[in-house]
Design a protein around this ligand. Structure first.
Ligand SMILES: [Zn+2]
Length: 161
C-alpha cells in the first residue's frame, strides 16, 4: 500500500492552526488567527484577536461604530501581536501565518520581532490607508509576502471518529 495522497501540506497545516485559533475569538464581527513557525517547521506562537488579559469581554465593547471609546478599536489586541507576545522563543527568521493580511500596527510588531515572511489568505483591506502603510513598512524591511492558494476549500475536524 502506498502512502496517503490527500494529506495536508505544511502551508495548509499552519494556516489551519491559525484558522482554528481564530475560532477562540469572542469578536462577533471579525475572527482572525495567527500561527508563528520557525524555519524548521516548529510552531512557537499562536494568537487570535481579543481584549488584553484582565479586560473582560463582558465589560469592554465589541461595537464597530459609535464614539471611539464605545468601540472595540482602542482595546482589542490583534491576532498577530498576541501570537508574537505568546511566543516561546526569539522569532528571528520565523514565518507568520495569518488568515487576514496584517494592519499597519501589527506590521510594526512583526518587523520588530524578526519575522521574515508572512503567509496570508485574505487581503480584503488592500488599498486602504492602513494597508498601504503596512505594505510600505513590510517592503522596506524586506519581509516576504505570500498569498496562500490552498488545495482545499475546507478541512473538517471530526470529534466523533
Ligand atoms: Zn493588526
Amino acid at each position: 500500500m502506498g502512502k496517503r495522497t490527500d494529506y495536508i501540506d505544511w502551508d495548509e497545516y499552519f494556516m489551519g492552526v491559525a484558522i482554528l485559533s481564530a475560532k477562540r475569538s469572542k469578536d462577533p464581527g471579525t475572527q482572525v488567527g495567527a500561527c508563528i513557525v520557525t524555519p524548521d517547521k516548529r510552531i512557537v506562537g499562536v494568537g487570535y484577536n481579543g481584549f488584553p488579559m484582565g479586560c473582560s469581554d463582558e465589560d469592554f465593547p465589541w461595537d464597530r461604530e459609535g464614539d471611539f471609546l464605545d468601540t472595540k478599536y482602542p482595546f482589542v489586541c490583534h491576532a498577530e501581536v498576541n501570537a508574537i507576545l505568546n511566543s516561546t522563543k526569539n522569532l528571528k527568521g520565523c514565518t507568520l501565518y495569518v488568515d487576514l493580511f496584517p494592519c499597519h500596527e501589527c506590521a510594526k510588531s512583526i518587523i520588530q520581532s524578526g519575522i521574515v515572511e508572512i503567509v496570508y489568505l485574505s487581503d480584503k483591506y488592500d488599498g486602504t490607508d492602513s494597508d498601504i502603510a503596512s505594505k510600505r513598512m513590510l517592503s522596506s524591511a524586506k519581509v516576504q509576502l505570500r498569498k496562500l492558494e490552498p488545495k482545499f476549500d475546507e478541512i473538517v475536524l471530526n470529534f466523533k471518529s
